[in-house]
Design a protein around this ligand. Structure first.
Ligand SMILES: NC(=O)C1=CN([C@@H]2O[C@H](COP(=O)(O)OP(=O)(O)OC[C@H]3O[C@@H](n4cnc5c(N)ncnc54)[C@H](OP(=O)(O)O)[C@@H]3O)[C@@H](O)[C@H]2O)[C@@H](O)CC1
Ligand SMILES: Nc1ncnc2c1ncn2[C@@H]1O[C@H](COP(=O)(O)OP(=O)(O)O)[C@@H](O)[C@H]1O
Ligand SMILES: [K+]
Length: 488
């Protein structure tokens, strides 16, 4: 499990540890890890041109001490100071002792003022490596104009960029990005991941992320967690000697329409690979389903008369069949609502349900349910998924470049670490809904089914794409390889 904690929790852990350590010890641990990561990225430290972007807090202090270490190994290190009079004094002295220099300040202040942007631009454009120590977990709001200008110049440079703790300008707790932010190739983060490093859009700014253990001890329950192979393997159902198809769980798929029969086929394709012992299909696309998957138990008419199931999936390609959605929501078994079903589901009916409900909107569907724009949802995924879960009293899986799963009761939110943007292809969400519904039928809770389903789906997507375009049916084909990879 990979866990992430918000700023308040990090600060508390930091205070607790600092009280037991000599002053400055934590910053030295951070700087040592940072310098080692920079050296690795550079390959050759001796003679490398390194520029430190230094804000007025401890994030800048980390950059200065790391810069001093690189300077001692022969790098040419120049610090660009955003606020010279409030720069971390110990860090600056260490850099100077190691032979590092400071870029000229503004002339109107006799060279003592904040970095002269033209001078800063010259050194940044000539650098091999830029270390972003503008701001870390102490950041508030979007970057201020001087800091934003440095982020923009850095983006124009060909230097490798290493962010200290977080890319400056991203929100540590939410992954939101307001205005300019530094785009890093590598982020070296201290003590624990922060939620923003795992959630887009901030995640994209972070590049790859390296965690440096500085000895912080964090509480058991994280704010955000990402399952890994072993966690998913422990959740996946395995038939026992005494299992039969009914004991393994039957999943019902109420999906597809005369206009969109393919959605039914794809949802069934996912469901057949998700661990349920049987798949029932009910709806107008029975012929298409049976032609492709003869093992499916097909019926038409109302879901209420389709026979017993342990979980329902309703909505993919369903058109305007509001009655089917309502019938499924009245069933006292877990229900996954996707696509058209989300538009047709009555919120009060969802809230009144006693069995688990899992809603699986993409950003556009979530935006419609919340009455905001799609951009607002994509810019604030964590807030959006929590808000929807609260409003509907349901577990919500928000799809997209970062998939998040949140429970109605709050608590930890799961972020999916697998996936690929090749999954942005028509019908791949239908496969996910069938797969995840199958996991619900096999007995997983809504949070676990959602996160294990997204994990397998993301992995299957990577296998199917393997660097080339694919169709949604290819994703369904690869679920079995993904499953084997996870449990193997
Ligand atoms: N946690 C740990 O265990 C450890 C933490 N460590 C390190 O400490 C870092 C936290 O340091 P921190 O608390 O000094 O805050 P930090 O991130 O430097 O930012 C504060 C400065 O930024 C400024 N500023 C704020 N918003 C801004 C904006 N929008 N745009 C521009 N500027 C803005 C703000 O200015 P002010 O508001 O004061 O004018 C203030 O000067 C942490 O990320 C990690 O790197 C490690 O050393 C060791 C272990
Ligand atoms: N940029 C992306 N990166 C990773 N995964 C993505 C991206 N865009 C979409 N996906 C995934 O692809 C699937 C698309 O589902 P959905 O939007 O419902 O499509 P459809 O309705 O065509 O089936 C979801 O699992 C989603 O998380
Ligand atoms: K930073």
């Amino acid at each position: 499990m990979r866990s992430a904690y918000g700023v308040e929790t990090v600060r508390a852990a930091e205070r607790e540890l600092m009280a037991r350590l000599p002053e400055g010890a934590l910053m030295q641990r951070a700087a040592a890890g940072l310098a080692a990561a920079c050296a690795e990225l550079l390959g050759r430290v001796y003679g490398a041109r390194v520029v430190l972007l230094v804000g007025s807090g401890d994030n800048g202090g980390d950059a200065l001490y790391a810069g001093a270490r690189l300077a001692r190994r022969g790098a040419g290190v120049t610090a660009v100071l955003l606020a010279p009079d409030r720069t971390h004094a110990g860090g600056l002295a260490a850099l100077r002792r190691a032979g590092g220099s400071v870029a000229p300040g503004r002339r109107d202040d006799a060279g003592q003022g904040p970095a002269d942007l033209a001078a800063a631009e010259r050194v940044i454009l000539a650098a091999d490596l830029v270390v972003d120590g503008i701001v870390g977990i102490g950041g508030k709001g979007g970057l201020r104009p001087d800091a934003a200008a440095l982020a923009e110049v850095t983006a124009a440079s060909r230097a490798a960029v290493v962010a200290v703790d977080l890319p400056s300008g991203v929100e540590a707790d939410t992954g939101e990005v307001r205005g300019a932010a530094v785009r890093a190739d590598l982020t070296v983060t201290f003590g624990t991941h922060k939620p923003g490093l795992l959630i887009d859009p901030a995640r994209e700014y972070a590049g790859s992320v390296r965690l440096i253990d500085i000895g912080l001890s964090m509480p058991d329950e994280a704010e955000l967690e990402a399952l890994q192979h072993a966690d998913v393997a422990a959740l996946l159902p395995v038939p026992r000697a005494e299992s039969d198809k009914y004991r393994r769980g039957v999943v019902g798929i109420a999906a597809g329409s005369a206009r969109y029969p393919g959605a039914a086929v794809l949802a069934v394709a996912g469901a057949l690979r998700g661990g349920a012992g049987a798949v029932r299909y009910v709806g107008p696309a029975g012929d298409a389903v049976i032609a492709r998957f003869p093992e499916t138990l097909v019926s038409s008419g109302s879901p209420e008369r389709a026979g017993r199931v342990q979980a329902w999936v309703v909505g993919p390609g369903a058109g305007d069949d509001a009655e089917a959605v309502a019938a499924v929501l009245r069933a006292d078994v877990p229900v996954l609502v996707d696509a058209d079903g989300l538009r047709l589901a009555d919120r009060d009916l969802v809230r009144a349900r006693r069995a688990p409900t899992l809603l699986t909107p993409h950003a556009g569907e979530a935006a419609a349910l919340l009455g905001v724009s799609r951009d607002e949802v994509e810019g604030a995924r964590l807030h959006s998924v929590r808000e929807l879960a609260g409003r509907y009293g349901a577990t919500v899986l928000l799809k997209g470049s970062t998939t998040l799963v949140a429970s109605a009761a709050g608590g930890v939110v799961r972020v999916n670490p697998t996936g690929t943007s090749w999954l942005a292809t028509a019908g791949s969400g239908d496969v996910l809904s069938g797969l995840t519904g199958s996991l619900l039928a096999a007995g997983l809770g809504a949070l676990d089914a959602g996160s294990a389903g997204a994990y397998l789906h993301g992995l299957a997507g990577r296998f199917a794409a393997d660097g080339a375009p694919m169709g949604a049916h290819d994703v369904a084909e690869e679920i079995r390889s993904a499953w084997r990879d996870v449990v193997g």
